[in-house]
Design a protein. Sequence first.
Length: 353
Amino acid sequence: MATTPARALPAATVFVAMSAVGGFLLSVVGTLSSVYLILEVGLDPLQLVLVGTVLEGTALVFEIPTGVVADVVSRRTSVVIGTLLTGVGFCLYAVPAFGVILAAQVVWGLGATFVSGAAVAWMVDEVGEDDAGPLLLRGAQAARVAAFVGIGASVALGAVALWLPVLAGGLTSIALGLWLAAAMPEQGFARPPPTRPWTAAADTLRATASSVRAGGLLLAIGATVVIRRRLDVRGAGAAARALLVVDGLQLVAGVAYGLASSLAVAVAAYWAGSLLRQLHGPLFNTWLNTGLASRSRATVNSAASQADALGQVAGGPVLGLIASARSVAAALVASGLVRAPTLAVLARSRTPR
């Protein structure tokens, strides 16, 4: 059994607080990030693309290894390390030099991979699968509210200096990591025997491979959400049915946006797609984590994040080529139709595992 700090708080409280602060700091950093890179650092379009590519490439490389660390060593330790590394990455990002910013993306990306698989796996183990879905929604709602506050904070700090919101986000992340080290419980995780760490890691990877069925992890990736309070997302079957509806509507919204012939239709499709993308994340996490073996939970979650990074690295240029060869509208329609295979996977997952 993993150790728990003497002053640890209830897991649900920590998860909601972690989600809220995470939403706040990402909003603080992200709101004026492009303005900072262009006006303060002076990056050209190619350099801007490289900044994003380095971040996603780092995530692609390290998602599975850091997920194994979380499953073999400790989810709590992985989350704390990742949150601190993310903070250091943000602080480096505040240095207006291209080389330093690329290094910052590597540190930030590495930190994000330590958190991405471990945080949800930790929460599910602590509160149980039945309560995980509703708690994911609470965390997502807290993150969205905090992100809204973060926009105002970013603008206020950016009025003083464009690098200041980035530094503030970094310091916030470091403070969050230190708080988690003192407040984050871990009672649901059983660490493998210390005499067989490599065997445990191999077992984790094998269990992860068996959990990746029907290509679902490569086809259903999303972000964070606010969901209707009365929607029951307890269990994989309910989550899969809700995901089928949400992703189907996303496909329709994406195609409608690409084919829109008026501003009103385009705006309506854009906002519908934005809302549906936010609804997808907690539903996907509920579906993914229900019925998973605890020993591979963080690694499977990391595999999902890795698939997201792979899709962004590989899919972006393809859509760019479509836009260049045909039109931007054609690329937008194609991006909507990409979800079609997801619907087939979810249609086969509507019954509980």
